[in-house]
Design a protein around this ligand. Structure first.
Ligand SMILES: CC(C)(COP(=O)(O)OP(=O)(O)OC[C@H]1O[C@@H](n2cnc3c(N)ncnc32)[C@H](O)[C@@H]1OP(=O)(O)O)[C@@H](O)C(=O)NCCC(=O)NCCS
Length: 179
């Protein structure tokens, strides 16, 4: 499997994954609460691409099955969470807008993407991983807990201006010190 920075030609496939998740949610029930026309959109994909912060995971056949945005940018509401320690922004690697194509879920790709994200942070000398998910997202919470993340608080709001306030949970994983 290959984990790499996305290039312009991945934009359509990344949006396809995000839209497939939104479609799945519209029929199967809300988990991450994404909605095609609100979030994530092509604008989300393009801003991740132009910042060089959009990453993809390819399966053995070379098909992109998962994507997410990785950077040092902590949303404003992270200030309200009870993080284990104060860290400089450069010491924190944040994962946003992470998803696996619905047809490819439950095959270990989510865990694999997360292990590359963790390695990237470790190699960059970061001290901790931080991310958020919505309270209804039981699948992602199960994944993050399994990987050793702990919760740091809850916040209700509408950071993506969707007119649909949601309850967000902060999660963190402290990385072992560099050898
Ligand atoms: C959350 C998500 C990324 C997991 O991806 P995945 O490829 O299915 O995950 P994996 O196959 O690696 O599974 C890893 C663990 O996640 C949890 N998990 C995954 N799918 C689950 C489900 N349907 N129900 C309960 N737990 C689930 C389990 O703990 C699983 O471990 P196990 O296989 O040993 O039981 C995927 O469900 C997804 O894209 N969801 C929609 C978008 C989303 O919620 N993104 C996260 C935003 S914060």
């Amino acid at each position: 499997m290959i984990f790499r920075k996305a290039v312009d030609s991945d934009a359509g496939r990344c949006l396809e994954i995000y839209d497939a998740i939104s479609d799945w949610e519209a029929t199967m029930g809300k988990q991450c609460c994404w909605e095609k026309e609100f979030y994530p959109t092509m604008e989300t994909v393009k801003s991740g691409l132009s910042a060089g912060e959009l990453y993809v995971l390819e399966d053995e056949a070379g098909q992109v099955v998962s994507c997410g945005i990785i950077n040092h940018s902590q949303p404003e509401f992270y200030k309200l969470f009870d993080w284990a320690f104060e860290a400089d922004f450069s010491e924190v690697l944040v994962l946003h807008t992470f998803g696996v194509e619905p047809a490819m879920q439950k095959k270990g790709y989510g865990k694999t993407f997360m292990s590359f994200y963790e390695k990237m942070a470790y190699d960059a000398g970061c001290k901790t991983l931080r991310l958020d998910t919505v309270i209804s997202n039981k699948k992602s919470q199960a994944l993050y807990k399994k990987l050793g993340f702990t919760t740091t608080g809850q916040w209700e709001g509408d950071p993506n201006q969707t007119d649909r306030p949601l309850t967000f949970i902060g999660l963190e994983k402290i990385l072992p010190p560099e050898k």
